[in-house]
Design a protein around this ligand. Structure first.
Ligand code: ATP
Ligand code: MG
Length: 358
């Protein structure tokens, strides 16, 4: 396999098959693993024979257990949270572990049509042969219903309200009528839906209350502590580095800690010791963005430096993440740089590297 990005069920095929082997607990109909094994796949753990399952989600165990338990009922799962809290990531891994297939995906946008939620037609065939099952093009949702798998709907609230409504019958009646053929597709056991939505997008297209009632909502929180966030960034960077075959050293923990500190202080509006107030920039400064700042820094260090990531390698990425609005955010950043970064013990190199970028 030489895909730039493998699907979760391909990348973690070994972990999934090991788990399936030792898993003696009850599996809901058509699930590849029991809820316990799905949770172990997501949160990581050590099997009795010593095999180590890597953690995919780092955070509150209960959140993941509730998500999995929901999928074993007839209610769908809505993962809600601010950008970069691993909603898409968790949805993909849940689908991979439960159905062995994370590819049945509808990407929600303002242009998502009813066809992409229900079904469309192969027009050449439709014209030549008239409406038939063969001329019908199933949506990922329809295929999930037929095969008893998990369908994913990304960015549900970006989908226009009338298109969202076509999900209601699917979720409540578990059937998808095809009036043109006088038929319907009935969902097979094992079918369910995981949707994600960003609570910063609220107001784009609010979920109708009829649709909301079909979902159990699980909120993915921002990491509580700096330790937790540092360890998320570190683990994700390590596995991304492996996948991208970056020749760099293992990520410098101290540099990661500084980046996460800057992100958290700017996000929360105060320094970690609570003594100095700082202004927050317009961007979200999510954990996901911290991961990419570190990743870019490592790539610079590996290809143009000596392999050790230093302040100069992370400065441009850091400024790029903070300064999204060229005027407003620049003021916020300058103030933070002069009042916090400049004065902090051991941060002179970072101050100088950032100054060099202006
Ligand atoms: N708690 C966490 N545990 C593990 N990885 C995390 C965590 N939080 C963020 N990440 C990482 O952040 C990256 C981005 O996550 P993802 O794209 O799933 O975010 P999202 O919530 O869908 O954001 P958006 O609202 O922008 O779509 C992923 O690589 C993921 O591994
Ligand atoms: Mg997402």
């Amino acid at each position: 396999m030489n895909a730039l990005r493998e699907h979760a069920e391909q990348q973690y095929a070994e972990e999934l098959s090991k788990l399936a082997k030792v898993d003696t607990k009850t599996r809901p109909p058509r699930w590849q693993l029991s809820p316990w094994a799905v949770a172990t796949y997501l949160l990581g753990g050590k099997l009795d024979d010593g095999f180590v399952v890597s953690p995919k989600y780092i955070g509150n165990r209960r959140v993941i257990e509730i998500a999995i338990a929901t999928l074993a009922t007839d209610r769908a799962l809505l993962l809600l949270g601010v950008p970069g809290t691993a909603k898409t990531w968790v949805a993909e891994h849940l689908a991979a572990a439960i159905a062995g297939d994370s590819t049945l995906l509808v990407q929600g946008t303002a242009g998502t049509s009813e066809e992409s939620v229900r079904y469309g037609w192969n027009y050449a065939r439709l014209l030549a042969e008239g409406p038939s099952r063969k001329a019908l093009v199933a949506s990922p949702l329809m295929r999930a219903m037929q095969e008893g798998k998990i369908a994913r709907v990304e960015e549900l609230t970006r989908i226009p309200a009338d298109v969202q409504d076509s999900l209601i019958t699917i979720l409540s009646e578990k059937t998808l009528p095809i009036p043109e053929l006088g038929e319907e597709v009935q969902a097979v056991k094992g079918f369910n839906v995981i949707a994600t939505a960003n609570n910063r997008d609220r107001g784009v297209n609010e979920l109708s209350s009829a649709l909301k009632r079909r979902f159990n909502t699980v909120v993915l929180p921002l990491p509580d502590s700096i330790e937790e966030e540092v360890s998320i960034v570190q683990q994700r960077v390590e596995s991304l580095g492996r996948a991208l075959e970056l020749p760099a050293e293992p990520p410098a923990l101290e540099e990661i800690r500084r980046i996460v500190t800057v992100f958290r202080e700017l996000r929360s509006g105060a320094t970690a010791d609570g003594k100095t107030k700082v202004k927050s920039p317009t961007g979200t400064l999510s954990t996901a963005e911290a991961i990419s700042v570190v990743n870019n820094g490592l790539s610079l260090a590996a290809h143009f430096g000596d392999g050790t990531m230093r302040a100069a390698d992370v400065a441009s990425g850091l400024i790029g993440a903070v300064v999204k609005d060229p005027i407003q955010d620049r003021v916020v950043w300058q103030e933070y740089l002069e009042t916090v970064v400049k004065e902090r013990d051991g941060w002179k190199d970072l101050y100088r590297a950032c100054k060099n970028h202006d």
